[in-house]
Design a protein around this ligand. Structure first.
Ligand code: UDP
Length: 413
C-alpha cells in the first residue's frame, strides 16, 4: 500500500510525504468513516474518491459510505443547498419529515460502522441528522461543510443547526463561512489530486483526439466552463460573455457538464442553456457521463482559458483543476474562487458577463500575459491546493481531537 504514497514524492516532494507518514503514525489502525450523499458528480465525491485510498495507504482504516433517498429527499436537500448559499427557500414540513426519516433509515444500515468508528466525517447537510440516531458512538463526529455559507438563509440554517450543533467539530473551507456553533471550527480548503485521471499529464495526441471527437476547431480559440448545470454556476452568464467576445474576436465555447445524482435541478438549467445556445455552431454543450474524468482533463488542457463564472461557490475544484493545467481562470468574484484566483495574478475576478468578456478578450490578445498568469496559477495550486496539504490538515485535526488533552503528542515513524 505504501506504493501509492511513494508516487506523490515526485510531484509534492519527499519531505511532504514523510511528514504525512509521521503525522499518521499515532493514528495507525484508526477507523475513519466518511459519509456523503453521492458517489459520482460534484466536488465532494471527487475529493473522497482520492482521499480515502490515501488515508488507507497511511494505515488508517478509512471507508466511504453514501446515503440514499427518494426524489423528495433530494428536493429537500437541494433546497438546503440553495438556502445555505443565501436564497430564500421555503421547505415544506412534509419534505423535512422525509429528510429526517431518510436519515433514520440510513442510520440503521450504517449503524455498525458509525458506532465503532474512531472518527466520523459527515459531508454537507444531506447526512447531518445521522448523528442523532447513533447516540452511542466511540469517536468524535465532524461536520464537513463544502458550501458557501457566508450568508445562509436564517430560517433554514436555524433548522439545520439543530443537527450540526450535536457534532464535536466542524470544518469550513473559508474563514467567512464560520458560524456561531458550540464546538471548535476548523478551516480546511479542499484540494485536487495531481495524479488522478482528472489532473494527471496527458499525451498531446489524447488532447487532440478529444478536440476532434467533439468537432472543436483547432484554429479557433477555445474557452471552457466545466460545471454541473446549476444556476449558481451561471452558465447563462457564460454564454452572454461568449456572445460579447464573439462580436469582436472569433472564439468557440465549450460548456461541459453532467448531473450529480443528488442534484434534481440540473435538467431545468440545462434546458435554459440549450435554448440560449441554440443556432450557434460554436457553442458546444457537452453532456458527459460522470466518469469522464480524462475527457474533462483533456478539455481543460485544450482550452486557451477557463471560466468559472459562479455567483456562489463553496470552493470550486474546477478552478483548481484548470489552474493546475496552467490555465488562467476568469472566475466569479465569490466564495472559494477568491481564495484561488488572485486578481490580475493567477487569473481575473469578475462580477458580470461584460467583465468576463473584457478579460477574455484581453487574454486572447495578450498571449504572453496568458502564459505568465497560467504559470503562476499552476505554482499557486502546487503551493496551496494539492491533496497532500488537505490530508496533512485532516491528520492534524484528527490528532488534535484524539490527543488534544495530552501534554505532548508523539509523532513520527
Ligand atoms: N465534474 C465532472 N463532470 C461534470 C461536471 C463536473 O467530473 O460534468 C467535476 C469537476 O471536474 C470537479 C467537480 O466535478 O472536479 C465539481 O466540483 P466543484 O467544486 O467545482 O463544484 P460542485 O459541483 O461541487 O459545486
Amino acid at each position: 500500500m505504501t506504493d501509492l504514497l511513494d508516487r506523490y514524492t515526485e510531484v509534492a516532494g519527499r519531505d511532504v510525504v514523510e511528514h504525512l507518514r509521521q503525522l499518521a503514525a499515532p493514528l495507525s489502525g484508526a477507523r475513519v468513516v466518511h459519509v456523503n450523499s453521492t458517489r459520482e458528480g460534484g466536488g465532494v465525491a471527487e475529493i473522497l474518491r482520492e482521499l480515502v485510498p490515501l488515508m488507507q495507504a497511511l494505515d488508517i482504516k478509512a471507508s466511504w459510505e453514501v446515503i440514499s433517498g427518494s426524489p423528495d429527499f433530494y428536493e429537500c436537500t437541494k433546497g438546503f443547498h440553495n438556502a445555505l448559499q443565501g436564497i430564500t427557500v421555503t421547505i415544506p414540513d412534509a419534505l423535512l419529515q422525509v429528510y429526517e426519516e431518510t436519515n433514520r433509515q440510513n442510520a440503521e444500515y450504517l449503524r455498525p460502522a458509525l458506532e465503532e468508528a474512531d472518527f466520523v466525517f459527515i459531508h454537507d447537510p444531506q447526512p447531518a441528522p445521522l448523528i442523532a440516531h447513533i447516540p452511542d458512538h466511540a469517536g468524535p463526529w465532524i461536520w464537513r461543510c463544502h458550501i458557501d455559507v457566508r450568508r445562509p438563509y436564517r430560517r433554514v440554517w436555524r433548522y439545520l443547526k439543530r443537527w450540526v450543533s450535536q457534532y464535536d467539530a466542524s470544518i469550513f473551507s473559508l474563514p467567512e463561512y464560520a458560524q456561531p456553533l458550540p464546538h471548535p471550527q476548523y478551516l480546511i480548503p479542499p484540494s485536487i489530486d495531481p495524479l488522478s485521471e482528472k489532473n494527471r499529464d496527458l499525451p498531446a495526441e489524447e488532447v487532440t483526439a478529444v478536440r476532434e471527437r467533439f468537432g472543436l476547431d483547432p484554429a479557433l480559440p477555445l474557452i471552457l466552463q466545466v460545471s454541473r448545470f446549476d444556476r449558481f454556476k451561471d452558465p447563462l452568464g457564460v454564454i452572454q460573455a461568449y456572445k460579447l467576445v464573439k462580436k469582436l474576436s472569433p472564439v468557440q465555447l465549450v460548456l461541459a457538464g453532467g448531473g450529480a445524482s443528488d442534484d434534481p435541478e440540473g435538467e431545468v438549467v440545462l434546458n435554459q442553456v440549450l435554448q440560449a445556445a441554440a443556432g450557434d455552431p460554436n457553442i458546444h454543450v457537452l453532456l458527459l457521463p460522470s466518469d469522464a474524468h480524462r475527457t474533462i482533463n483533456a478539455l481543460q488542457r485544450a482550452a486557451d482559458l477557463v471560466l468559472q463564472k459562479s455567483i456562489r461557490e463553496g470552493f470550486g475544484l474546477t478552478v483548481t483543476e484548470a489552474m493546475w493545467k496552467n490555465k488562467p481562470v476568469i472566475g466569479g468574484d465569490t466564495g472559494g474562487i477568491r481564495l484561488q484566483v488572485i486578481d490580475h495574478y493567477t487569473g481575473f475576478l469578475v462580477r458580470t458577463p461584460e467583465g468576463a468578456a473584457l478579460r477574455i478578450r484581453y487574454l486572447l490578445h495578450q498571449r504572453d500575459q496568458l502564459e505568465q498568469i497560467g504559470e503562476r496559477a499552476h505554482r499557486f495550486v502546487w503551493e496551496n491546493f494539492l491533496i497532500t496539504r488537505q490530508l496533512r490538515e485532516y491528520l492534524t485535526l484528527m490528532l488534535g481531537l484524539r490527543f488534544g488533552e495530552a501534554d505532548r503528542i508523539e509523532v513520527g515513524v
